[in-house]
Design a binder for this molecule. Structure first.
Ligand code: 8NA
Ligand code: MG
Ligand code: MG
Ligand code: MG
Length: 366
């Protein structure tokens, strides 16, 4: 297998595993590392096969995160690029055929409005959400990984434009769009980073900050709209002018300080909730922190495994933080780092590998 294919497969499979395993704990209150490890041990003990060596039943199902990422992948592959009508159709058909995949509380209204052949402006339903503010949820970020693979040969401005086009179908709030861009850029950067030497985490954060700084500066220059965009939060880190840049600075600080940052501080500063601003930075941090040695129960795990387990241990929106962290980690470490037993226990892995193969074929030819 080529190195690129391994990283494409790692990224899409990593995303599926983070969603499936993370969904066991989503918004379920406080969970301990030992509890998560018990789930992992049971996955590894089954090895994904029964005692006759036959593949066992899927133990963990994917949720909205993967359901929507599959639509993104399928549409980009089919049309060799972004095709608004087709992507909308895939989102709405997917939702109609399986509405119980755990979608966010309000995005379903968008799907219902989009499912109207008379509708002319397909971005209108998203813009109308929350009295015209748009959703700041992480639903755009959680599904964006195929766009990063598709953009492999392109630069960051292409990544940003494509991400915006895909995200605005459901999420028009600038923080949701910027979160999806941050996630997509992180996967793109991870795919391109040299993985034969230890990851330069400072450089990784600096690169992301360069792009996010430009976005946040541009946003500050825009005239303030009549209905100010508000974000329901008590986190002081999010009341700043450039909250994504602030969080990236904090990520760098946590990675370099001698004392291990506590989960509580991460939740207080980076967040672990269903907003984009309150979850994408946590996913990026989970990947970066797991590239460095750890003590305790995760000490002997590889960095991909650490990323998923660590991301879930932040509590809150566990499936979404783990799917985003898993996508970045898989893009960096490749499919060889992803335990086989984890793959066989989770729904949607075979399809993820197929999408990765098709996307790799596309970028290798273009
Ligand atoms: P969304 O657009 O419905 O946003 C999710 C939620 O965020 C909404 O229901 C609101 O509560 C809140 N919200 C978003 N924007 C605003 C705003 N401008 N003003 C006030 N409140 C706002 O859906 P999404 O696709 O962004 O959601 C993604 C998340 O939902 C993922 O975690 C996914 O796994 C799923 N999920 C959510 C819950 C939950 O309890 N919300 C539970 C399971 C799954
Ligand atoms: Mg979900
Ligand atoms: Mg908006
Ligand atoms: Mg979630």
């Amino acid at each position: 297998m080529s190195k690129l294919l391994s990283r494409f497969q790692g990224s899409l499979v990593g995303a599926v595993l983070g969603d499936c395993i993370g969904a066991v704990y989503e918004l379920g209150g406080e969970i301990t590392l030992s509890e998560i490890l018990n789930t992992i041990y049971s996955i590894e003990a089954s090895g994904g096969t029964d005692n006759k060596g036959k593949q066992e039943e899927i133990l963990y199902s994917y949720t909205d995160d993967t359901a929507m990422a599959r639509s993104v992948a399928g549409s980009l592959i089919k049309h060799k690029g972004f095709q608004l009508k087709d992507m909308v159709k895939r989102f709405t058909s997917e939702y109609k055929s399986e509405p119980d995949r755990g979608y966010g509380g309000n995005v379903t209204t968008v799907f219902q409005l989009l499912d109207n052949p008379e509708l002319e402006d397909l971005y209108e339903p998203a813009r109308k959400q929350f009295d015209g503010q748009g959703s700041f949820g992480n639903g755009g970020s959680m599904r964006i990984v195929p766009a990063a693979l598709f953009s492999y040969n392109k630069d960051h401005s292409y990544v940003q434009t494509l991400t915006r086009q895909i995200t605005e179908i459901t999420h028009s709030h600038e923080q949701a769009i910027q979160g999806a861009i941050l996630q997509c850029l992180a996967v793109h950067l991870a795919l391109h980073a040299d993985n034969t030497t230890p990851l330069d985490t400072d450089l990784f954060v600096d690169n992301l900050k360069t792009y996010m700084n430009k976005l946040e500066e541009e946003e500050l220059k825009k005239p303030k709209v009549l209905t100010p965009t508000k974000k329901r939060t008590t986190r002081s880190s999010e009341k700043r002018d450039k909250p994504y840049c602030y969080k990236l600075d904090k990520i760098k600080e946590y990675l370099n300080q001698e004392k291990e940052v506590t989960v509580q501080e991460l939740i207080d500063v980076l967040g672990n909730d269903i907003s984009a601003l309150g979850s994408v930075p946590a996913a990026v941090f989970s990947f970066l922190r797991s590239s460095k040695p750890m003590t305790g129960e995760l000490k002997d795990r590889n960095s991909f495994e650490k990323t998923i387990i660590y991301a879930i241990s932040l509590n809150g929106d566990t499936d979404t933080i783990a799917t985003m962290a898993g996508a970045i980690a898989g893009a960096y470490y490749g499919i060889e780092a992803v335990p086989k037993s984890w793959q066989t226990c989770c729904e949607g892995v075979t399809d993820a590998i197929q999408y990765a193969n098709q996307l790799e074929e596309f970028v290798s030819k273009s």
